[in-house]
Design a protein around this ligand. Sequence first.
Ligand SMILES: [Zn+2]
Ligand SMILES: [Zn+2]
Length: 340
Amino acid sequence: MKAALLTAPGRMLETRQIPLPSPGPGELLVKVEACGVCHTDLHIKDAASFPPGAPEPLILGHEGIGIVVDRGPGATQIPIGARVGAPWLHDTCDHCRQCLTGFESFCATHRAHGYTVNGAFAEYVVVKERYAPRIPDGLDPVLAAPLMCAGVTAYGAVLKADLAPGKTCVIIGCGGLGQYAIQLAKLTGASVIAVDASATKLEQARALGADSTVLAGAEAGGQIRALGGGDACLNFAPTAQIWPMIVEAINPLGWVISVAMVSEPVPLALDWLTYNGVRITGTSVGTRQELLDVLTLASRHNLRINMEAIALEAVNEGLERLAAGKVEGRLVIDYRATRK
Ligand SMILES: [Zn+2]
Ligand SMILES: [Zn+2]
């Protein structure tokens, strides 16, 4: 099969033919139709070393969708020919507190496609049957691929925000995740204020249902206040510059949900927290059930984000554009184009 391999950390991916993997006990072999390209792929590629326990070389990609073509021993629930996903979670330990209480994406020993096991930047990928979501009929694989990470992550953030009709949700960063979050937050009945540094992205946000839009900058916090403030602020922008705006914009008892990876510290005055009762939490992808739910929502409500299909051979160019911030929508590898 053709695969894009990370042969050494920091290198460009190398596309070449490698032997077809065979599914082990409880595993499925999936012929990949589409795989989204995520910022996390970039972080993994540019890290100083391979992830702990990862195969070397490593196949990246954790937003895969494809058709089951073979089953390993004991994999009997999902038939050959079914369409399934290869999402971030490959499997989890199944016995820690997080796994047993419905927070499996926080399992400290979870394994992930394109990180600790091979992912879907290849024509075939091996998934665990128990962790592979069935894809509803009628969802196009290219359009649905980003749901495997971006979509379920946005959904997990919206679920944690305690939204309801009458409440206001501030969505910061209107790329792929933010675009999913706008549509999902609107489904709760809440009003949405979208924030981005790009006027074009704000126009798109409005087209996807945002009630108000605010251009990011020094004035943004005050403008959100003037609109009534936010009962939840969901941050999808990978910068610490958003923090003063969040502090100004969030209403008492509001939820601040951290999604984007911001490694720079932000100043937090504890008396502010004491006085306002603001709640701060983070979220990372989602559970298997949340993934199934967001797939159903996507097929019922036509969830859509800007998307650009590319061939597997163009993945390096895509990753470079992603690093340079030159990608308008989500990049999705379309294997129909690759196989032509
Ligand atoms: Zn991702
Ligand atoms: Zn666990």
